[in-house]
Write a protein that binds this ligand. Structure first.
Ligand code: NDP
Length: 434
């Protein structure tokens, strides 16, 4: 930790993984002898760069851009780009570190990386967003490529931003290299199901967990946090599987709709108008409660799908959820539960799916997009959706089997970390001291 001062989120993600690895290290001392644990914590490459841009009034701004190329043992670095004012090296490193194990768990040939900027897109015009994306890519393009590093979206980066970045990459390199970015538009190399994949996958994972106890998503009362890409699609899949989704939130507050969310209205407000969650309450009718501030986890529910951001669910929230009878928590976001909340969930014996397993559907479908790009093909929705379902079921089963093999049956945190680690560690051993 002393080598990486002040990077609290990175420390948190490393300690969660290492805690789970104790039984692996005891059984396989060769990993320690080869320095795998030390090497895993040190990114292969970290790039930090200036991103200058001018706003609509001609005022010059300077942001900081990051790309952390963490581990390429299994394939090209792969992971999203986040635009949010909270972004600094510690956040990008925690996300990149998580991504190594998540990508390994998917079974696809992809390494781990992550990037972003402390740019705040809130309230910026389309022209400002485009100029920022172009400036960001003007430096990033030197470091990425379909066989090197393949970024995608994350918080603050959706289809619009990927489009602007892809356009600038193409202009700078004079190559239509579809496989350099994922999350592209459907007419220029994107994959069906990619937009939906993370949220859908988190719900499929919850469903698989519930089925180990003779239940399913059908009939559950679901709490979703956030109202971005992951949250909206998690709510959509949960409703399709027969659940009632009663909450959504943004950084200002949350809504409770006892009749079940009207997803068409919510998507219109969030995706088309880029508005706030409070507008849903104003337009949907008097039965909807909008709570400014506060914690969405105060609302009783049987399944929780945290889908906003890291550390949004602390130990107090975990206790409230457990007291209210929650049966399953499936993390749509990356590390949304604090370390203390994670411990409470695992110790309580409820079904707890950590993000690196539960939200892996997004990156897995990105890998399917890369496959389609490499073969200059595009698959239909049903086929791609089936592939996603199969991948999520496999990840679930791998977590269960690995947890059992290492003496912690039912512990998805241990199962996900150990299964993700072993594949990467074996590839690193095979590739020598690099
Ligand atoms: P979006 O930008 O589409 O949405 C983010 C949502 O979370 C918004 O509702 C936002 O509210 C809320 N939010 C963001 N930061 C905060 C905060 N500090 N406090 C409270 N609410 C906050 O992002 P995504 O849906 O793509 O990502 C959500 C999570 O899922 C992230 O953890 C991301 O890393 C993870 N993830 C995403 C994947 C993807 O495919 N997109 C893949 C795997 C994981 P507001 O508008 O008010 O900021």
């Amino acid at each position: 930790f002393a080598r990486n001062p002040g990077e609290s989120e990175f420390h948190q993600s490393v300690s969660e993984v290492f805690e789970a690895l104790d039984p692996v290290v005891d059984r396989h001392p060769q990993y320690v002898e080869a320095g795998i644990l030390h090497r895993l914590c040190e990114p292969e490459r970290q790039i930090i760069f200036r991103v200058p841009w001018a706003d609509d009034q001609g005022v010059v701004h300077v942001n900081r851009g990051f790309r952390v190329e963490f581990n390429s043992a299994l394939g090209p670095y792969k992971g999203g780009i986040r635009f949010h004012p909270s972004v600094y090296l510690g956040i990008v490193k925690f996300l990149g570190f998580e991504q190594i194990f998540k990508n390994s768990l998917t079974g696809m040939p992809i390494g781990g990386g992550k990037g972003g900027s402390d740019f705040n897109p809130a309230g910026r015009s389309d022209g400002e967003i485009m100029r920022f994306c172009q400036s960001f890519m003007t430096e990033l393009h030197r470091h990425i490529g379909e066989h090197t590093d393949v970024p995608a979206g994350d918080i603050g980066v959706g289809g619009r931003e990927i489009g602007y970045m892809f356009g600038q990459y193409k202009r700078l390199t004079n190559r239509f290299e579809a496989g350099v970015l994922t999350g592209k538009g459907l007419t220029w190399g994107g994959s069906l199901v990619r937009t939906e994949a993370t949220g859908y996958g988190a719900v499929m994972f919850a469903d698989s967990m519930l089925r180990t106890r003779g239940e399913s998503m059908d009939g559950q009362r679901v709490l979703v946090s956030g109202s971005g890409n992951v949250a909206l699609h998690a709510a959509e899949k949960a409703a399709a599987l027969g659940a009632t989704v009663v909450t959504a939130s943004d950084s200002k507050g949350y809504i409770v709709d006892e009749k079940g969310l009207d997803l068409e209205l919510l998507k219109q407000i969030k995706e088309v108008e880029r508005g706030r969650i409070s507008e849903y309450a104003e337009r949907r009718g008097g039965h909807v409660r909008y709570v400014e501030g506060g914690s969405v986890w105060d609302v009783p529910g049987t399944v929780a799908i945290p889908s906003a951001t890291q550390n949004e669910l602390d130990d107090d929230a975990a206790k409230t959820l457990l007291n209210n009878g929650v049966k399953a928590v499936s993390e749509g976001a990356n590390m949304p539960s604090t370390e203390a909340a994670t411990h409470l969930f695992v110790e309580s014996g409820i079904l707890f799916g950590p993000g690196k397993a539960a939200n892996a559907g997004g990156v897995a479908t990105s890998a399917l997009e890369m496959q389609q790009n490499a073969s200059r093909d595009s698959w239909n929705f049903d086929y791609t959706h089936e592939r996603l379902e199969q991948i999520m079921r496999d990840i679930h089963d791998r977590c269960v089997e690995t947890a059992e093999e290492y003496g912690t049956p039912g512990n998805y945190v241990a199962g996900a970390n150990i299964a993700g680690f072993i594949k990467v560690a074996d590839a690193m051993l095979a590739q020598g001291l690099v």
